[in-house]
Ligand binder design. Structure first.
Ligand SMILES: C[S@@+](CC[C@H](N)C(=O)[O-])C[C@H]1O[C@@H](n2cnc3c(N)ncnc32)[C@H](O)[C@@H]1O
Length: 202
């Protein structure tokens, strides 16, 4: 059985008790460098994940006799590794421990309900802005190519009355949440790792 543990947005205070328990019991922790580094007290083996998801699945299948915990940021099933693993591993081989998503945490800080929220991502793709900007409440996990400025530009191109909330370094000491009108964002604005929320201007 492979346990996929959602470790939350960053600060380990947001790791669930179940996630913490599974990590304590594990012989091997697998994950991205940042996620492995966030688990400081672990005494077993840490194995950094490379970019090939196919090789990761092969490794997990070949080592299913070991107690492996695969670390995922936030919640594994919100734009995380959970989707790929649930499609490429037997359901009976996989146990997913949900974590607090960066998006969920961001909403707790705004604070705003997540009812009828449209969740998407700009990781490795350009979102369909015609579609997503029809919604009155949207949250995106972003990458460096399509971030707050590019999103603001898409809003401006369509002449829509929207505001953006950008949450950087969520849960960390340098966390920053800023509200922008689209016209306030230009290429000069630089952002750390962030979540973007788009709302209708009220
Ligand atoms: C591959 S996605 C994983 C999302 C994750 N599964 C979740 O539920 O939060 C990575 C993106 O999540 C967002 N993210 C994750 N942790 C964050 C944090 N602490 N502060 C701001 N954004 C964060 C960023 O947009 C980052 O590029």
């Amino acid at each position: 059985m492979i346990h996929v543990v959602g470790i939350g947005p960053g600060d380990d205070a947001y790791l669930t008790q179940m996630g913490s328990h599974i990590i304590e019991q594990a012989e091997v922790l697998v994950g991205a460098k940042r996620n492995l580094e966030s688990i400081t007290h672990f005494k077993g083996l840490k194995r950094e994940m490379d970019s090939s998801l196919g090789e990761l699945v092969n490794y997990l299948k070949a080592n299913s006799d070991k107690k492996i915990a695969l670390l995922a940021s936030g919640d594994p099933l919100i734009y995380g590794i959970g989707k790929y693993l649930s499609e490429h591993m037997g359901k009976d081989q996989l146990s997913i421990v949900p974590g607090i998503s960066a998006i969920q945490y961001m909403f707790s800080k705004i604070p705003l309900d997540m009812n009828d929220l449209y969740i998407t991502s700009s990781h490795g793709k350009t979102p369909n802005f015609d579609k997503i900007l029809e919604y009155s409440k949207v949250a995106l996990v972003t990458d460096t190519l399509v971030g707050p400025c590019e999103i603001a530009n898409e809003i401006l191109k369509r002449g829509l009355a929207k505001v953006l909330l950008v949450g950087e370094n969520l849960t960390y000491a340098n966390e920053k949440i800023t509200r922008f009108k689209p016209e306030e964002l230009t290429k000069e604005n630089k952002f750390d790792r962030n979540v973007v929320v788009i709302l209708d201007e009220k």
